[in-house]
Design a protein around this ligand. Structure first.
Ligand code: G1P
Ligand code: ZN
Length: 539
């Protein structure tokens, strides 16, 4: 039943910030998934002692791709696959399955927060035994293999029934179908004070969780409604759909509009949250109040002692370079380690594995801890609920307290989408070349104190990564520029702005950052080079 099929390479199977991301139509080309998977199997080498997880966020084409992956794993001699029932598993739940069961890695089929459907995106994330996505040294090898692929192996059988829990065999490989929700729920119960949160809801606390028709619906209903007692219907868009019901499952002020409108209306519940397509991103809102992910990371870190799993102390904390410096002030005050890494969760993995950090986060609505090796959307929501239950304070009060204690980093991100890749690459190259000449110059009253590419030297494996360009000003304000590594076509320029204030705590971020935005646009010549007068997406 094992067949070897000839194939020819595609030249574009390079993994980005988080796995392979492609238009569904690209991924649906003949042998596209097969080439990519065979290249991974070839890179790993010995497979007969390996067990992998397989699952995904349920998006369009996952059902077909999963069957291909299963049949190819069997034909390549993989020992065993652990598969989420019906092919579903959230990214954080997948990381937990790998870690808890000491698997050798896994494949989560998701393009994360990118839209799904025939005209949307498809993706594959590949994790190793750490439960986190493989480092660039491995993705580079896989990419080389995709360029030389000549054949792949597949077990020629009927599709596997993924609805039935339990064990099956395929071409000599063991398959175990697991409930994707229960192990994750058990882990959350071990971390947080479910009793206290339950009492909060029993006293009438209200919440809205928007699962955005993506994978977290079943997790959220089970945890928030069934176990913690949030009112039925608190979780909306709770049924995962292949095209996410047309939603763009990215939990931010732009794409989670329905939730944002509710939270800023007079009917707002006490608490609002949303997760992305594969459940690793989160957005936190209070009544008429939005918490930036950078602030959220700082606030969670400062409140670690309120959470049962962390109350005895935490190692350090890390953020991506583009994320605001708010958490750095907490790390300093609490005298814990503090690390800045390139954008992408995989850079946190070594720091967690070596017990240098417990918490980490990114401005892109990602927050997490060393309980797994991916960011974790529901974990962040439960953390906030636990703080609210323990302090009796609202989201707004908790955040205000934080700003009063530490000052506030006004922070926003401006995305310029759909750029010609040549134009975007040249903009970045020219800007990098111009950085050394900026030091000491003053723009709109902001004097540049330092301007350089961000370079990360991993303290664990010694690798060095360059990611983004950083301009620092004498008052602590910053501009960071980078090109996105998760898009499936064209280029996206991300511009991250930050200004630190100790006294003016309740200003409008857009107003506060207006001058710096102008500086950022001018220094990089964004309008003349791209034709864009303003950003397409502001978060
Ligand atoms: C984006 C975010 C980054 C995040 C990644 C995966 O990557 O900016 O923080 O880790 O998605 O969720 P980018 O498109 O910027 O490369
Ligand atoms: Zn995601």
């Amino acid at each position: 039943m094992i067949k070897t099929i000839s194939t020819t390479p595609y030249g574009d199977q390079k993994m980005g910030t988080a796995g392979l991301r492609k238009k569904s139509q690209t991924a649906m080309q003949p042998n596209y998934v097969e080439n990519f998977m065979q290249s991974i199997f070839n890179t790993i080498g010995k497979l007969d002692d390996k067990t992998f997880l397989v699952g995904g966020d349920g998006r369009f084409y996952n059902d077909i791709a999963i069957q291909k992956i299963i049949k190819m794993a069997a034909a390549n001699g993989v020992k065993k696959l652990v598969i989420g029932q019906n092919g579903f598993i959230s990214t954080p739940a997948g990381s937990n399955v790998i870690l808890k069961n000491k698997l050798d890695g896994g494949f989560v089929l998701s393009a994360s927060h990118n839209p799904g459907g025939p005209n949307g995106d498809f993706g594959i994330k590949y994790s190793n035994q750490t439960g986190g996505q493989v480092p660039s040294s491995v993705t580079d090898k896989i990419f080389e293999n995709t360029k030389n692929i000549k054949e792949y192996k597949i077990c020629d059988t009927a599709d596997i029934d993924l609805s039935k829990l339990g064990k099956q065999q395929l071409c000599g490989m063991e398959i175990e179908i697991i409930d994707p929700v229960s192990g994750y729920v058990d882990m959350m119960r071990e971390i947080f004070d479910f009793e206290a949160i339950k009492q909060l809801f029993a006293k009438g606390f209200t919440m809205r969780f928007d699962a955005m028709n993506a994978v977290t619906g079943p997790y959220a209903v089970r945890i928030f409604e069934e176990l913690l007692g949030a009112a039925p219907g608190s979780v909306v868009n709770a049924v995962p759909l292949p095209d996410f019901g047309g939603l763009h499952p990215d939990p931010n002020l732009v794409y989670a509009k329905e939730l944002v409108d509710l939270m800023f209306s007079d009917n707002a519940p006490d608490f609002g949250a949303a997760n992305d397509g594969d459940g690793d991103r989160n957005m936190i809102l209070g009544k008429k109040f939005f918490v930036t992910p950078s602030d959220s990371l700082a606030i969670l870190t400062d409140n670690f002692h309120l959470i049962p799993a962390y109350k005895n102390g935490i190692y350090g904390v890390a953020k991506s370079a583009a994320t605001s410096t708010a958490v750095g002030r907490v790390a300093q005050a609490r005298n814990i380690g503090y690390y800045e890494v390139p954008t992408g969760w995989k850079y946190f993995v070594n720091l967690m594995d070596s017990k240098r950090i417990t918490f980490c986060g990114e401005e892109s609505f990602g927050t997490g801890s060393a309980h797994i090796r991916e960011k974790d959307g529901i974990w962040a929501v439960l953390f906030w609920l636990n703080i609210i239950a323990a302090t009796g304070k609202s989201v707004e009060e908790i955040t205000l307290d934080h700003w009063q204690k530490y000052g506030r980093s006004y922070y926003m991100r401006f995305d310029f989408d759909g750029l010609d890749t040549t134009v975007a690459d040249k903009l970045m190259a020219d800007l990098e070349a111009a950085l050394p000449k900026l030091s000491g110059k003053t723009f709109n009253g902001y004097t540049v104190s330092d301007a350089a590419p961000f370079i990360y030297n991993d303290p664990v494996d010694g690798s060095s990564t360059k990611n983004g360009l950083v301009i620092k000003f004498s008052d602590g304000s910053r501009i960071v520029y980078r090109l996105s590594g998760t898009g499936s076509s064209g280029a996206t320029l991300r511009v991250y702005l930050e200004k630190y204030e100790v006294e003016k705590l309740r200003e409008d971020p857009q107003q506060t950052l207006k001058q710096i935005l102008e500086v950022a646009m001018n220094i990089a010549e964004i309008t003349p080079r791209t034709g864009k007068l303003q950003a397409d997406v502001i978060t």
